[in-house]
Design a protein around this ligand. Structure first.
Ligand code: NAY
Length: 293
């Protein structure tokens, strides 16, 4: 399980200039992050704009990432989709491609009982032999993982971890209290250091890929017990996240513009996410400098 401990950027959707999935750009981003030294990637999640892509597009991204990095670092495939049927198709495909681990959000749109959520995750798990990471992100799905459902899910040995994006860091501690060996990933990037101190084994985050150096440094400081420096890096990270979120357009668009200045062009975002425009585009360079310092 060592291969699951550390920094896992949530991989971004990589589009060409007309907004189609780009093989070249996907592979470029893979190499960029691999060369920075990340532990692995979380592919096709929120930051991958999975919610705005059809099945074929999601499969294409899974394939290009596997072709670039399979066997070189740990690849986690997010396969959550509106229907169980599509989620299972993605799970089986990720398995064929050689992904190491599967993960999924709970069902979205309809508010379903825990029995349905249990069944949904279980059917995904039953479709392959791969281990599974629960994705808990109440602020977007409306469902917050209960300890009761977690205990029930843990009867299945395929459940090896949780990607926890809920805001209370205490949730990480409570999940660990249920099962110490469970791998828990910190979700909110603004709380990486606190998440680690309360028990997270590493993190999966939407802003890691635009500033991998900073998260790798924060992790280094935490794991060597250098907490003052860890806190200092967390402050820098939070200044940058707040700046990324302060522009018109979506955070992911701001991130993609910064990446362009860093030499990585992965296109823009898909509607309804809005691109950064006008005056605010001029602020991108300042954000890049905050990262480079
Ligand atoms: C994913 O699946 O792409 C993620 O890991 C995204 C997790 C992000 N949470 C949300 C609500 O989007 O990393 C966080 C988030 O981007 C970060 O904390 C900045 O707010």
């Amino acid at each position: 399980l060592e291969k699951l401990k550390g920094i896992f950027p949530a991989f971004y959707a990589c589009y060409d200039d007309v907004g189609e999935i780009s093989e070249n750009r996907t592979k470029e981003l893979c190499n960029y992050l691999y060369n920075k030294g990340v532990k692995g990637l979380y592919v096709g999640g929120s930051s991958g704009e999975c919610i705005y892509q059809n099945l074929e597009e999601r499969k294409a991204t899974l394939k290009y990432v596997a072709e670039s990095l399979r066997g070189k670092c740990t690849l986690i495939a997010h396969v959550g989709a509106p229907s169980t049927r599509e989620s299972v198709i993605l799970a089986e495909y990720a398995n064929e491609l050689g992904y190491d681990v599967l993960s999924a959000i709970p069902p979205i749109y309809f508010k379903l009982p825990e029995s349905s959520i249990y069944k949904y995750w279980t059917e995904i798990m039953n479709s392959t032999d791969l281990p599974f990471i629960i994705y808990n992100i109440p602020q977007t799905t409306g469902y917050s993982l209960s300890l009761q459902l977690l205990k029930k899910l843990l009867e299945n040995k395929k459940v090896i971890g949780i990607k926890n994006s809920s805001m209370p860091v205490m949730d990480i501690e409570r999940f660990k209290a249920v099962e110490e060996n469970l791998i828990v990933f910190n979700g909110p990037d603004e709380q990486y250091v606190s998440g680690r101190l309360i028990g997270a084994d590493g993190g999966i985050g939407g802003t890691y890929a635009v500033m991998p150096e900073l998260f790798l440094m924060a992790e280094e400081f935490v794991s060597t017990g250098n907490f003052n420096d860890a806190r200092r890096i967390q402050r820098d990270i939070n200044d940058i996240i707040i700046a990324l979120c302060s522009l018109n357009g979506s955070m992911y668009s701001a991130i993609k513009e910064v990446l362009k200045l860093r030499g990585i062009n992965i296109g823009s975002v898909r509607g309804p996410l809005e691109p950064v425009t006008g005056e605010d585009l001029n602020k991108i360079n300042e954000i890049k400098q905050m990262i480079d310092q």
